[in-house]
Design a protein around this ligand. Structure first.
Ligand code: AMP
Length: 235
């Protein structure tokens, strides 16, 4: 079982890395941000209230997100493993998923992406999307050929509501207050936590480093499980 938690502040490249990691890991990418945006789009269950929270850079209620993640991880395609992106984001969510992992005998590897906050603000406020085909651009690292229009269909690019500078700052503050303690929670409960410097380097290079670190983490988890099994046999 390859259970990976990609951890890091908004804009640290979790989504990009989750997609690139498919090179070394063929497991589904589970992004709570994508799942929530889809629910808002389809206006399922409190869609408008959730949209307001997301646009303000605040977190959606723990119970809703916990239920969504549990349902998604129970699907057959997630049986060999999964990459969690954007979850858990509070200690309550971490405790919840840890109980679920423990019940299923799952040992996760947490990969924590570290990026300087000034770089994050530049990255996120430069992000643009084509409203027609969804192609993502970045005015700094992946600019469109023509001023703020899509290379594929010429549509004017838009900025996601929660990528506006004031909202980005709010998201980073929420991260410090609510999400960073999750890392301490995983460390203190004996999870395998690996830190990766993820600023200012080509994403493919970062992905290769993550793949190497994951292999080590899973080997360590395997031997932990083995030694646990042996001590249970000896009892
Ligand atoms: P993301 O695309 O991961 O940056 O998520 C976009 C927004 O969705 C966040 O700013 C939150 O409002 C909401 N969200 C995503 N994941 C969670 C989560 N685990 N807990 C609460 N809210 C979340």
């Amino acid at each position: 079982m390859r259970a990976i938690i990609l951890f890091g502040p908004p804009g640290s490249g979790k989504g990009t890395q989750a997609k690139l990691l498919r090179e070394c890991l063929d497991v589904p990418h589970v992004s709570t941000g994508d799942m929530l945006r889809e629910r808002v789009r389809q206006d399922i269950e409190n869609g408008a209230r959730m949209a307001a929270k997301m646009q303000a850079g605040a977190l959606v209620n723990d119970d809703i997100v916990n239920r969504l993640v549990e349902e998604r991880l129970s699907q057959p395609d997630a049986a060999p493993g999964f990459i969690l992106d954007g979850y858990p984001r509070t200690v309550q969510q971490a405790e919840h998923i840890r109980r679920w992992f423990d019940a299923g005998g799952i040992r996760e590897v947490v990969v924590s992406l570290a990026v300087d906050y000034n770089e994050i603000i530049t990255r996120l406020t430069g992000r643009r999307q084509c409203p027609a085909c969804g192609t993502l651009y970045n005015l700094v690292s992946k600019p469109p050929r023509q001023d703020e229009s899509c290379d594929l269909d010429g549509q004017g690019l838009v900025i996601r509501d929660d990528d506006r500078e004031e909202v980005v700052r709010e998201r980073l503050e929420n991260y410090e207050r609510q999400t960073r303690p999750v890392l301490e929670y995983f460390r203190s409960t004996g999870s395998s936590v690996r830190q990766i410097e993820a600023g200012n380097q080509p994403p493919e290079q970062i992905a290769r480093r993550i793949c190497a670190v994951l292999e080590e983490g899973f080997q360590e988890n395997g031997s932990l499980l083995e030694s646990r099994g042996k001590s249970a046999e000896n009892r």
